[in-house]
Design a protein around this ligand. Sequence first.
Ligand code: SF4
Ligand code: SF4
Length: 411
Amino acid sequence: MSDRVEAVKKLFTSKSSRVETNKGESYYQDLFEKCEARLNEMRALAPANKLDFSDLLEENGIDRREFMKWASATTAMLMLPPMFTPLVADAAVMMNRAPVIWLELQDCAGNSEALLRADGPKIDEIVLDIISLEFHETLQAAAGHQAEKQLDEAMEHFKGKYLLFVEGAIPMGMDGQYGTIGIKAETFHDHLVRCAENAAAVIAVGSCATFGGIPAAAPNPTGAVGVMDVIKNKPLINIPACPANPANMVGVILHYVLTGQVPELDSLLRPKFAFGYRIHDNCERRAHFDAGEYVEEWGDKGAQNNFCLYKMGCKGPMTFNNCSIVRYNEAVNWPIGVGRGCIGCSEPDFWDKYAYERPMADAKIKAPTGGVEKSVDEFGLGMLTAAGIGIAIHAAASAVAGKREEGESHE
Ligand code: SF4
Ligand code: SF4
């Protein structure tokens, strides 16, 4: 826990950050007052469920000091200055005032699994436990008519106030007939549109809900698309990755409870606090990349020495996500940490464009629409291509430097 706290703090206070983390004293003073007013409004609301956060902390043996350390790291993760820590702690306690309706569409339920991680009760999990999950068809006991009634009642009762989490893509082929739900065989498309109508905000979770994910991989037989291709008239936040990191789900809900607004987003509607950095910027193997030390084959000496995985196809240089810092399973580890390159799961079309075992600059990949294999340049991936080529040149130069040093040391 403390490593993670320090890593997150260091990241968001670093001077070389690409994301603007210091917007000036008057901006934060103004925001602080707005957040205080918002929390007072939330405090006046009755909890939507009977769960008490303090009781849950006590039951799980977590003391106030540990909780405040978590609040401090989470404040940094949300790109807020330390003065916001007590407000973030208050917002966590009031998470049961934010009703959540969770839909599962064309998916594998991996994000629900991530939400339910069973590696022992940690503070992120307790925060997620306390949210008022009003409807989740996989987790709830109700089924059939009873489940439909529960959904209708939740939408009516919390009209305009609930957060609609959506997991899974939306099949648009055959008039949406690839995915239907309920006794009236409502298509996933119509189900989503109906449930989004009175939501305060829609949060697409995981690669499928954000950018179509694996269901949308070429040749995309069901015509799968992401939520942002369907819902246009609502505040929408994308939390991609396969699965999305629960810490980022907590961050988005906390931000909403704290400010009543969606966090600052990038051009793909991803919260900048989580997706403002590339994996490569903060990777623990970065020094090996710079020194030209690569894994060349699975199981070789480089692999045994935790060298850079770029030549084995790591897409960290093109992928925006905070897993190199926040990691998975309460910061226990993450893919690159266990010796597997990043496959760019938080980027659009990751399955078609990134998930093969060679660097982008060497890539021959199939067009999502089928047809002949093309190089990345021919696909015109714009900046990513330029980054890929730049990185390839850097990698080649570093490799030469690495070899030269090796040669010199043998002389
Ligand atoms: S290429 Fe991948 S393994 Fe190498 S430093 Fe970058 S992110 Fe880390
Ligand atoms: S390291 Fe890359 S592939 Fe793995 S979870 Fe993070 S973004 Fe996704």
